[in-house]
Design a protein. Sequence first.
Lengths: 427, 427
Amino acid sequence: MPNFPKPTPERVPSRGRRRLLGRLAAGGFVASQAAGAAASELLKPLEIAPGSRVPGAPVLDHPYGLPSPHEAQVVRRAARVWPLPGAASSLTPLADLYGTLTPNGLVYERHHNGVPDIDPAQHRLAIHGLVRTPKVFTMDDLVRLPSESRIHFLECSGNTGSEWNGPSGLPVQLTHGLLSCCEWTGVRLSTLLEEVGGLSSAPGAPRGWMLAEGADAAAMTRSLPLDRILDRALVVYAQNGERLRPENGYPLRLIVPGFEGNTNVKWLRRLKVVDAPLETREETSKYTSLLGNGCARQFVFEMDAKSVITRPSPGHRLTTHGYYPITGLAWSGRGTIRKVEVSTDGGATWRDARLDGTVRDRALTAFQADWYWDGGTAAILSRATDSTGYLQPTRAELVAARGLNSQYHYNAIQSWRVEASGEVLNA
Amino acid sequence: MPNFPKPTPERVPSRGRRRLLGRLAAGGFVASQAAGAAASELLKPLEIAPGSRVPGAPVLDHPYGLPSPHEAQVVRRAARVWPLPGAASSLTPLADLYGTLTPNGLVYERHHNGVPDIDPAQHRLAIHGLVRTPKVFTMDDLVRLPSESRIHFLECSGNTGSEWNGPSGLPVQLTHGLLSCCEWTGVRLSTLLEEVGGLSSAPGAPRGWMLAEGADAAAMTRSLPLDRILDRALVVYAQNGERLRPENGYPLRLIVPGFEGNTNVKWLRRLKVVDAPLETREETSKYTSLLGNGCARQFVFEMDAKSVITRPSPGHRLTTHGYYPITGLAWSGRGTIRKVEVSTDGGATWRDARLDGTVRDRALTAFQADWYWDGGTAAILSRATDSTGYLQPTRAELVAARGLNSQYHYNAIQSWRVEASGEVLNA
């Protein structure tokens, strides 16, 4: 397949590079089942359809609004049937989303014993252990402290685990959808530790660890190294402008930017400063990674740099030849995204994608690259480089380093196959 | 009332400046009706309440999630009863929101003839008039073009019109809630004009105007000066990550960053390039501002710099003396926010607030200032300065310049009165 010449990076490609759009009957990305429903009119005489002639729906029909019924297929989905309904996950529909933020109704879920129903007036956060003046905070106490709002991604460490043994055939929602990005508002962990008088450990001693515990029936519990999180961890009560959603930790959760999802403990009820990790169930029987040599990686917190093409991706169909933007997301738990490269020939050649908008620390970054689909088969891939210089590995590189026993932290380059029919497959 | 010493601007105030919180029984901002429901436990012996002992709700109970039932009061509301249900508005609950983004379910509504029900497969955008090759675009055509995502505020030009004649007594949702901020995704207007071959006006002629028309039954129609919008206008199909909501223009709307809300035409069906404004109904009988001398200001597009304190604000009650953060929003239709100042003595003295997080072009910016409430009455105010150097005016200055006949573009400094009881009033 001839590869389109490498473009000079710029925010919007010139008309010259999109010229085929004007020459060919255009189509676009459509969901496979809807193919043909929206034939282009570019070559017909200009016909301007009339607007509505009947009054529309009144305001306040929905004091809290919902998506159009035409978008009813854009929902969270589970990748499989789980034996216990509360110990399960549902995934964000990345192929149907735009930009970098996830609407609260579509933020992925992963719970260990379901979503507790918590009355915020009764909820408390205790901070105790190796602190000078242990305290219990009400929600009103917390909202009364100085707050901070920041945009960060959340990714479950099990995200994309489906691909360890090769292409799963699943669409991007089910391979990469344990991934969301929100603006979080709350109090800095460092501010809260000041409120309890600071740490009571001996001067000069290491700052130690902190146990975070949820109020759910699983008592989800993780040990976190204070040195690595104090500059950025938040105890948050709001996401994307409003109070947390029940399934995202209402009324309070921990946000540890860049760390694997489960450490961002939901329904947060307790922070205990300790001098060593407590080896809880979730850091021994779960959330460790068994290597090929039989040893396990433990306390692997940061999510390494990763990217994925969300459009076109499996379930989309290319309806005509010509210009398409290749669009996707990149992120790193260790900093910002420095570069995203895209290949349309299975990784033989790469070119820089445009990074769309603001590149934010430990947040999703959208990218785009121009592509002319000539109607042949193609394999489209993306790879991210983060601010530490780390380059997203191939699957072969990842398996060589980690073996095939790991369930977590799969971040290899993802390839989608484009068929001559326009179908896009994970194969 | 003694004023707290001006703090050195920093992102988070030191514990020293919040010291009263640890000494006094704390309370916080509570909705007036809930006062007393959440007494602090700071002075009690540390009691860590148990977490849940019963399994929680399963995932996928709500494939598209909703807020907690405990947040049922956080909804859009109308400021008055409108004679026609589709020619009305509902406002964003700013006093209950956090950070800078508005969840899609709470983005303000203002329609002239209700919300049309549009099938995106049938929707078309025509671009015609003084362009070389007029065209009609399907939604799939548009999604196939290079896209861009940007965070911008939307403000109705009628926002805060309630205060022209002095304090209305209304809470901030009803005085300032025709204001929202989203991440918008779509195609640059300049890209679309390239797709129709560029303008067909004579070389060197002014670039002229563009008529934008909605598909609603009001056929909402505005003329826009191309020179002032081509560098930043977007034709968008998504907000905050997902497709537009029906009441926000589904499936397509215009976003003209910084311009008054009605020019961001919803349900966009037509863009016609013309050589002069068309003097439509919405720019003659409406959306002009009658001055004191009987002349009207017409085509006043940019929303001038403005700010408002959202917490505490009317409806909140301060439950104990001591430290409170004063939190609010600032924005400008002419660029970024350079500075926000806060006064707690009715405007006699001012101090700089901290700007929280990233300051974005033509987007809401959150601010915070520290305050010790000593239990006396107080008048709390904020004023914004934007990147052009423009300072938000007092009401007296605004009335001196514009008189009392204007309905639109009220952006004066807003004062809230704090009573000794802790009640906060718009008086």
